[in-house]
Design a protein around this ligand. Structure first.
Ligand SMILES: [Zn+2]
Length: 294
């Protein structure tokens, strides 16, 4: 509980969020064109559709340059209090990488990853947030966007990633929110979230607020220092639409000695409910408490 914070801040359940992570993984890899992708899209529409004030998809096509394959992709957009004066966007990517190109086993590098952390973790937190918004309407308007096409990029070419957020920012289907918070790779059992550098440049006030909440709540995952610069869905939101966006991300999965990122080790056993809960707590406290203070 924050100093002076009323008990009106709802409780975020890490266990519920973890169930949402496991459910997405149970569908298998969710890379565009796969069976898991199609089933999972229906699952999001049904689950979020049951609790949101409005839900719709934003479709676009993308020709992926590694294989030349063209995909029909969809951002999934669920809104709560869409008529409120103040509006914020919460986003995460729902697609998973079609290739385990960092896997130690060279023979399996062309197979898609499960994406428990890289994909499912951020969405899982937003799904639990959506349940909370349904039971306790948030004090400001919230648009949850599940971005597609984040992880179809080529290494060394950052702008080939984050295609869903780029399309969203170039064809804004809602009025411009005051800010955005992106969640990516937030389920790691060894969660360490330093301040991402583009985020600090794009929205220093929001970075300070979020990391201060984490400090006051004594959440050990949030580190009060600068980490690497990362190109993620927050960058196109700022560059293409002027939405000052912050990325909450732990890029070292699980730590600087071992790497599960873009490998077949990106599975639920390397993620935890308590990690998801730390990030969820910060989001919920920000929305229900900090946005109410000047
Ligand atoms: Zn990725």
């Amino acid at each position: 509980m924050l100093a002076g914070c009323k008990s009106s801040v709802p409780t975020f359940s890490g266990d519920m969020a973890f169930q949402f992570l496991e459910q997405q993984c149970a569908f298998g890899p969710r890379n565009p064109g796969s069976e898991g992708y199609a089933i999972c899209k229906e699952y999001y529409l049904q689950k979020l559709g049951a609790v949101a004030d409005t839900i719709f998809t934003q479709s676009f096509t993308l020709t992926e340059t590694r294989t030349g394959e063209t995909y029909s992709l969809s951002n999934i957009i669920a809104r709560f209090q869409p008529n409120a004066e103040r509006q914020i966007l919460l986003g995460a990517h729902w697609d998973t990488r079609p290739w385990a190109d960092r896997d130690p086993d060279i023979a399996r590098r062309d197979e898609p990853i499960l994406g428990a952390n890289d994909g499912a973790s951020g969405v899982a937190i937003l799904m639990e947030c959506a349940e909370i918004f349904y039971r306790h309407p948030p004090p400001i308007g919230v648009t949850i966007v599940l971005f597609d096409g984040e992880d179809l990029g080529r290494e060394g070419d950052p702008e080939s990633y984050a295609q869903g957020s780029k399309y969203f920012a170039e064809h804004l289907p809602i009025s411009k929110p005051e800010s955005a918070i992106i969640l990516d790779m937030v389920g790691d059992t060894e969660l360490n979230i330093p301040i991402e550098r583009n985020s600090l440049k794009q929205n220093p006030q929001l970075v300070r607020k979020l990391w201060k909440i984490a400090e006051e709540l004594k959440l050990p995952a949030f580190k009060q220092w600068l980490g690497p610069t990362i190109y993620d869905d927050h960058v196109p939101l700022w560059e293409k639409a002027g939405i000052p966006a912050v990325d909450i991300i732990d890029f070292r999965y699980p730590n600087r000695f071992t790497n599960y990122w873009h490998t077949h080790q990106d599975t639920p056993i390397h993620c935890s409910a308590s990690s998801l809960a730390q990030v969820g707590d910060v989001i919920i406290h920000y929305l229900y408490d900090a946005t109410q203070k000047k």
